[in-house]
Design a protein around this ligand. Structure first.
Ligand code: PLP
Length: 388
């Protein structure tokens, strides 16, 4: 039978990691035992109390029905308390929060809610590849804005203001930035809100990394006037070690939440209540929890710096988030060449920066999601197996 896939899939390839994981799997089957330092999926479990809430509530008879499309009031309240406590942002639990099945689905929902054929959305280069695919799947055109080390990986808003923004409806922004680990400056966030107001653009801020190796989490919603123009996505995947649980959230003005819910309520039928109650427990954890995971990430980061030194890469030591972003030495044409050499000679996989956009071509990204022993093993392999 010959059924052609929908046109909206044209130009949408398989997600880079799903392809690469297949190659790594094939190498493993051939006996290679590849150390994967690529993917940012926390390897440690959530807090034991979080798991206890899931277990206890799942054992009850009355928690198995469909749930509200807007999420459990317990989770919405926990999100609001968390936003107030950590970001100093006041939100209404009834109207300004929408729990999500991971923030990734929120990226798609926002694009489907606002973008028509022919519309444009600004996306960061380098940046999380899902922004561009979601914009394309929604029928619109992603317009990359370049980030560079010289400009602290922040967009040049003056240059953007000179470009034709007439078709731009959304701008995707993500700080702390993945993959570069750049923190936002307060003045940049203020200028961003003014830019959005002036050009009538919705800013979609994706904020899953603010607790990782960062003492001062910041929400874009904390900037005066932000609620008029900002939708903020957040997630428990990284900060609560709950990536596989699929819990995220959207925080925005009531009108925006209602608009996104018009789309989302046609896509899914709510989340399993015990997962929502356990997520609420995770959001109640105090500074001890974040300190405990950050102590581990900081220790791992020193090992990753060692790996990068061995590869003659340079990097900013003050970057935050779950990865280390590093500039490759001039002896390699790009990060893909370095990544391939390390994969085929030392059986260690490191992500080439170019998968995040061509402005990442001269870089690589190493994930902190692995035990110290794995990083030590990677150091040994690179020292002993890499052909000079
Ligand atoms: C920048 C960025 N946004 C969103 C996500 C997706 O997070 P979630 O697990 O909440 O869907 C990731 C995951 O890697 C990410 O790096």
């Amino acid at each position: 039978m010959l059924i052609k896939t929908a046109n909206r899939l044209d130009g949408i390839g398989e997600y880079y990691f799903s392809q690469k994981l297949r190659e790594i799997d094939t190498l493993n089957k051939a006996g290679k035992d590849i150390l994967n330092l690529g993917i940012g999926s926390p390897d440690l479990p959530p807090h034991p109390e979080v798991i206890r809430v899931l277990q206890d509530t799942a054992a009850q008879p009355n928690v198995h029905a469909y749930q509200s499309y807007k999420g459990s009031p317990v989770l919405r309240k926990a999100v609001v308390t968390w936003y107030q406590q950590w970001y100093g942002v006041s939100l209404d639990p009834e109207t300004e929060i929408l729990p999500l099945i991971g923030s990734k689905e929120g990226i798609m929902h926002i694009c489907m809610t606002y973008l028509n054929d022919g519309d444009e959305a600004l996306i960061p280069n380098p940046g999380y590849p899902t922004y561009s695919s979601a914009v394309k799947l929604a029928g619109a055109r992603p317009v990359p804005y370049t980030l560079s080390e010289e400009h602290n990986w922040q967009p040049d808003l003056d240059a953007l203001a000179q470009s034709d923004l007439s078709k731009v409806k959304l701008m995707w922004v993500n700080y702390p930035h993945m993959p570069t680990g750049q923190l936002p400056s307060a003045s940049f966030f203020e200028r961003l809100i003014a830019f959005a107001q002036k050009h009538n653009i919705l800013i979609c801020h994706d904020n899953p990394y603010s607790f990782i190796l960062n003492e001062q989490p910041v929400s874009l919603l904390s900037i005066p006037g932000a609620k008029e123009v900002v939708l903020e996505l957040n997630s428990l995947s990284k900060s609560s070690n709950m990536a596989g649980w699929r819990v995220g959230m959207l925080a925005a003005a009531k009108e925006r939440i209602d608009e996104v819910l018009r789309f989302k309520s046609n896509m899914d039928s709510g989340m399993f209540l015990p997962v929502q109650l356990a997520a609420a427990k995770a959001l109640e954890l105090g500074k001890d929890w974040y300190d405990s995971i950050n102590t581990i990430y900081a220790e791992r980061r020193t090992k990753v710096f060692e790996i990068l030194d061995l590869l003659n890469c340079s990097y900013a030591t003050g970057q935050v988030g779950m990865f280390v972003w590093a500039k490759i030495p001039a002896t390699f044409t790009d990060g893909f060449a370095l990544s391939d050499k390390v994969l085929y000679e030392a059986s260690v996989f490191i992500t080439p920066g170019g998968i995040f956009g061509d402005a990442g071509n001269g870089y690589i990204r190493v994930s902190l999601c692995g035990s110290i022993e794995r990083f030590e093993e990677a150091i040994q392999r690179i020292k002993t197996r890499l052909v000079k």
